[in-house]
Design a protein. Sequence first.
Length: 368
Amino acid sequence: MPMDFVLLNNTLATWSIAVGAALGSILAMLFLRLLIARRLAVLARRTATRLDDLAVQMLGSTYVLAIIVLGLYLGSTFLDLPAKAQLMLSRIAVAALLIQLAIWGDAGVRAWRGRQQRQLEAADTAASTTSISIISFVLRTAVWIVITLMLLDNLGFNVTTLVASLGISGIAVALAVQNILGDLFASLSIVLDKPFVVGDFIIVGDELGAVESIGLKTTRLRGLGGEQIVFSNAELLKSRIHNHQRMVSRRVAFIVRVGYQTEEQQLRAIPDIVRELVMAQPNTRFERAHFSAYSDSSLDFEVVYHVGSSDYLVHMDTQQAVFLGLYRRFAIEGIEFAHPLRMVQFAGLNGARRDTAEAALAEFSRRR
């Protein structure tokens, strides 16, 4: 009978069952992919969670070729094949499954990166998306490295020996490129710890500027003069960083110097005058004003107050208003600001010689 015809140690009936199982499996998996994708898409629109959105995008990256390979393998299980053929087919099926898992993982990471970047851009146009890109790059690399090792193990390679040999080679490479690796790990530290982000104004040593970009190896600032300042990430983390963007308020301290001819009641009035002027400014908190020192040519008052804003222009406007108020009030009260003075005493001169020296000194002072 025709069904008893034998092909590769299997009858036509067995081949028919195998082909039917393969086609049925392929159609069933395609139908399930379509059904699950539609159900998840509807669910994703109804919920605010991100997991279902990621699942939809990952499922959308399912390759038909992987489904076909898995379906053919399921059909081949109904056949009586040689051991070598069965081993080859099983390895092909496992390889297809592993590659599909890697594609799903890669798609999930990329979907997560895109969502995070959109949220950052919506929250703050100056916020950095570099950190998300770096984390995404590391995660995708880790996924493909793990899948590659599993593929090699599936193909019969001794992964343990390979990993050990790669470890020895990796140590040699790491020693050769330790500076680059140091900058790379420093960039990850910046990403995770976030001492600053793009747009922050920072001071590093003698350099200051706004953070323009954070890369895998370098961080770039835009200086006040318009120049670009480039730091290696490892060098940057070794330095003391002042992040002015995260300043909540500013502490202002300055010295008021008045002349020695100022009377005692005027000296006692100066702290009250300063307090009144500072408290009259909006968003300020007065701390103290004290007679602090006898200088060479002045009596010094130390003043400290706080401006409840990180904006430098607000700070300068407040300080200008305080200084102008001091100038006006001192004029009203008859208090004179101190000027640098030097006293010259002529010893050993008398009569005309003293008069001549004093006249010469006065002429010199006038000309200056």
